[in-house]
Design a protein around this ligand. Sequence first.
Ligand SMILES: C[S@@+](CC[C@H](N)C(=O)[O-])C[C@H]1O[C@@H](n2cnc3c(N)ncnc32)[C@H](O)[C@@H]1O
Length: 81
Amino acid sequence: MRYEPVTRRFDVGCGTGEEVRSLAQIVGPQGRVVGIDGTERLVAEARTRTRANPIIDLVLAMRMRCPSPRASSRQVGWSAC
Ligand SMILES: C[S@@+](CC[C@H](N)C(=O)[O-])C[C@H]1O[C@@H](n2cnc3c(N)ncnc32)[C@H](O)[C@@H]1O
């Protein structure tokens, strides 16, 4: 997968956070990555695997609809399941 050079990323449907960890390397220490998933045990596992990285936030939530195109900008990138 190819990403634009933005400093904030959301991975909607982050599972155990493999993509989140890749995104964290891409955005670097000044960036921020938020992973969202609707399955509690997957979010718990993702938290365990990313515990040492302070730029990652993991949220237990269900996506109800696709993010608006207006939500995307040069500052925020979306990666969805
Ligand atoms: C193919 S996996 C994604 C793998 C993940 N990107 C990774 O890097 O490991 C799809 C994930 O989307 C989540 N999911 C599916 N529908 C969802 C929804 N409506 N809201 C939140 N999470 C959802 C599932 O729980 C599952 O973990």
